[in-house]
Design a protein around this ligand. Structure first.
Ligand code: PGA
Length: 256
């Protein structure tokens, strides 16, 4: 973290979990214990059907709500999809784009990610852009090249101002949902690399202002060590964000 230049953002990615009734129970459990998380922003990205209800449940708190995906078109014949305007209109502030599960199961590519990033920023939503290598790619030694490519394509055509509002989440695929966290050093190295790519493309002033998260089995035990890395400015948290106590512990680790 580097609180002088950028915000720390702790974001939950609930994936296909929790009904609105369960979300209410979660909200009741964490609201009294949120405290004043003045350094870090807290976000919950929830299934699109629950965005509106979640915004209401967290209305009087500093927890912002986000979607987990969006389409890049403004409207049209795309059965089952939601637009950025729809998310924005019901109160979302963030949207996850290019999560590896979307890339794997729903054919998202770096080019559709780029279109979605543009759509989100134009609508006033902050995109949480996921990048990350598979185990095979790591073992082949191509992690840095792959991450450079993913980040460059995701941010292609954005203004400096837009890049500042984007959030990059480094999520090694082999660490997601597996309990296998990248070591703080491995995660820190890639996040530093991501900042160096942004620096080359957009200059030092923009690069140091961008929030870069780590995601992949971040939990109540390892969060503090990961967040102590200078270029890790928060987390995108799946499993541990579903448990109120664990999520609160991670928020507190970011507020130390
Ligand atoms: P995990 O998921 O924390 O359960 O590994 C992270 C993510 O997929 O964003």
């Amino acid at each position: 973290m580097n609180l002088k230049y950028r915000k720390t953002i702790i974001a939950g990615n609930w994936k296909m979990n929790k009904t609105l009734t369960e979300t209410r129970a979660f909200a009741e459990a964490i609201k009294p214990n949120l405290g004043r998380h003045k350094w870090c922003e807290v976000v919950l990205c929830v299934p699109s059907v629950n965005v509106s209800g979640s915004v209401k449940l967290f209305k009087d708190t500093r927890v912002s709500i986000g979607g987990e995906s969006c389409h890049y078109e403004a409207s049209g014949a795309y059965t089952g999809e939601v637009t950025v305007e729809m998310l924005k209109d019901v109160g979302a502030k963030y949207v996850i784009i290019g999560h590896s599960e979307r890339r794997q199961y729903y054919n998202e590519t770096d080019f559709t990610v780029n279109k979605k990033v543009h759509a989100a920023l134009e609508a006033g939503l902050r995109p949480i852009i996921c990048v990350g290598e598979s185990l095979e790619q790591r073992e082949l030694g191509v992690t840095q090249e792959l991450i450079s490519y993913q980040v460059k394509v995701a941010l292609a055509g954005l203004s400096d101002h837009q890049v500042r509002r984007a959030i990059i989440a480094y999520e090694p695929i082999w660490a997601i949902g597996t309990g296998k966290t990248a070591t703080a050093q491995q995660a820190g190295e890639v996040c530093t690399h991501i900042r160096s790519i942004i620096r080359k493309e957009h200059g030092a002033r923009i690069a140091r202002a961008v929030t870069i998260q780590y995601g992949g089995s971040m939990n109540a035990k390892n969060a503090a060590e990961l967040l102590a890395q200078p270029d890790i400015d928060g987390g995108l948290i799946g499993g541990a964000s579903l448990k109120p106590d664990d999520f609160l512990t991670i928020i507190n680790a970011a507020n130390q």
